[in-house]
Design a binder for this molecule. Structure first.
Ligand SMILES: [Zn+2]
Length: 494
């Protein structure tokens, strides 16, 4: 009896953490919330009797280009006014429901939608237990962060556009939900080392292209839709007359979609380090727009072979374990940007703990110890774990390969190496969505952080550190992920 009570308490603790924001978004009275949490946790650990239902939905998030509302292109530098539309920008959603728990994964063709926008739109998705919005990180999209405006001191973020994106994400999820039908799926992965490079030592690539293809669970078994995950920065069109474009993601989606006659949703993976494209001679000679097209087509071929060798996977149960985290805002440039309103994001007092968010700061208020709120999660689609990482994670943190011992010229050579995601999951078969529910910039192993002279083996000041919230992001993200992985393992035990 005591043991079962302890187990119930343990499950309650676990569930409160796990479904924290689900409960918040539904605004249920606390006692009802606790009941719901306990029940859902119990049911989720068993086999669902119903078949998993899956649906796809899409919405167009391309802004209108008018002189009245300038659109600043993110990802290059300041003062890049959008001049043309190369491809449409999408919000693509997949909805999965096992009869007990429902999840929507949404991919948006943006540089990095921020967490406050995700929190707002979740409140409107009351019929979905958990929604994840991941940005493809295309470097030819409107600035939704603020740091690519007309100058270094003026924001490039248009709040009207961000709220338009929120509307469209909600629309895409509703479409996906209303079209959901019983489904089966297969999972496959293929290494494509020749298509990417790492711009920074150590040389660790995320060169695995991962796919899931979903079919109707009926006599015809028509394809319903495809998820593809690949880790290369979408910046093939960058610099060519300031277009808005989904970059290579568009031609990857179009090419695969035509072959299988179904929607394709692209998610970016572990893009830190950073992962950049390697182009063939043909791609190089095709110009910037042409190489984006050809690179996407090459990836579609890889995806086809991953699908050809894919194997059936169970889709139930659907579950998610998430952790809200506080990240200390250490980057001096980002701090300055928050003071002058270029970076417009909710700020909190840093309380010295990543699991404790301090009081929110009022607009214009400052503090020596600032934090931002973010989230790490681990979902599961049946037997496939889906890692939801809020930024651009270095592949060393996914596969291992952190420099050991660290170069003594690194800034924190004594920091312990973080555990890697593959070993925490205990499987090579997973999906990893970077920029999930946030974009906090690069997530760099702390012992490799190298922002002060003398520089380590990269020999120069490093770009990654300048586009990262700070050196403590990796330890905090990996600790939260480890917690999620532990919860998932506990849930899987009979
Ligand atoms: Zn990037």
């Amino acid at each position: 009896m005591i043991e079962s009570l302890m187990r119930l308490q343990w499950m309650l603790d676990l569930s409160m953490k796990t479904f924290d924001h689900v409960a918040q978004s539904r605004r249920l009275p606390l006692n009802l919330v606790l009941m719901t949490i306990v029940c859902s946790s119990v049911v989720r650990t068993g086999e669902s009797a119903e078949p998993v239902r899956v649906g796809f939905g899409t919405a167009d998030i391309t802004p209108t280009l008018t002189p009245e509302r300038p659109v600043w292109v993110a990802g290059i530098g300041p003062n890049n006014l959008a001049k043309q539309i190369h491809t449409r920008l999408n919000a693509d959603a997949i909805y999965l429901d096992d009869g007990t728990t429902s999840i929507a994964f949404v991919s948006v063709d943006l540089i990095g939608l921020q967490h406050d926008a995700v929190k707002r739109l979740r409140k409107r998705l009351e019929q979905v237990d958990y929604a994840c919005v991941s940005s493809t990180h295309t470097h030819a999209s409107p600035d939704v962060i603020g740091i690519w405006g007309p100058s270094r001191t003026k924001t490039g973020k248009d709040p009207h556009y961000v709220s338009f994106v929120e509307d469209k994400v909600v629309e895409a999820v509703r479409k996906a939900r209303s079209s959901a039908v019983p489904a089966v799926a297969t999972y496959g992965q293929v290494q494509a080392t020749e298509l990417l490079n790492d711009s920074r030592r150590p040389h660790v690539l995320d060169d695995v292209l991962r796919v899931m293809i979903f079919h109707r669970n009926d006599a015809d078994g028509e394809p319903l839709g495809i998820l593809v995950q690949w880790s290369v920065h979408p910046q093939s069109v960058q610099g060519s007359n300031r277009p808005l474009s989904a970059d290579y993601c568009a031609s990857l989606r179009d090419t695969l979609g035509e072959v299988y006659g179904c929607p394709v949703v692209f998610f970016i993976g572990a893009t830190g380090g950073y992962m950049n494209a390697v182009y063939s001679e043909e791609m190089k000679s095709a110009g910037r727009l042409g190489r984006a097209e050809l690179y996407g087509q090459a990836l579609a071929e890889v995806a086809k072979s991953a699908i050809a060798s894919s194997e059936p996977v169970d889709l139930a149960p659907i579950a998610v374990h998430s952790r809200r985290i506080a990240l200390p805002l250490a980057n001096p440039t980002f701090r300055r940007f928050t003071e002058i309103g270029v970076l417009d994001r909710e700020l909190y007092r840093w309380r010295g703990r990543s699991d404790l968010l301090g009081e929110p700061l009022a607009k214009g208020e400052s503090d020596s110890f600032l934090a931002i709120e973010s989230e790490v999660a681990l979902a599961r689609i049946g037997e496939i774990p889906v890692c939801l990482i809020p930024g651009e994670i270095y592949p060393e943190l996914v596969y291992g390969g952190i420099v050991q011992p660290p170069d003594p010229r690194f800034d924190f050579p004594d920091a312990p190496a973080e555990p890697n995601i593959t070993s925490l999951l205990g499987t090579q078969r997973f999906l990893l969505f970077g920029l999930a529910n946030d974009e906090v910039g690069y997530i760099i192993p702390k012992c490799q952080w190298d922002d002060r002279r003398p520089y380590g083996f990269n020999g120069t000041s490093t770009y990654g550190e300048r586009m990262s919230v700070g050196p403590d992001v990796a330890p905090i993200v990996l600790k939260a992920f480890e917690d999620c992985a532990r919860s998932l393992k506990a849930e899987q035990q009979p």
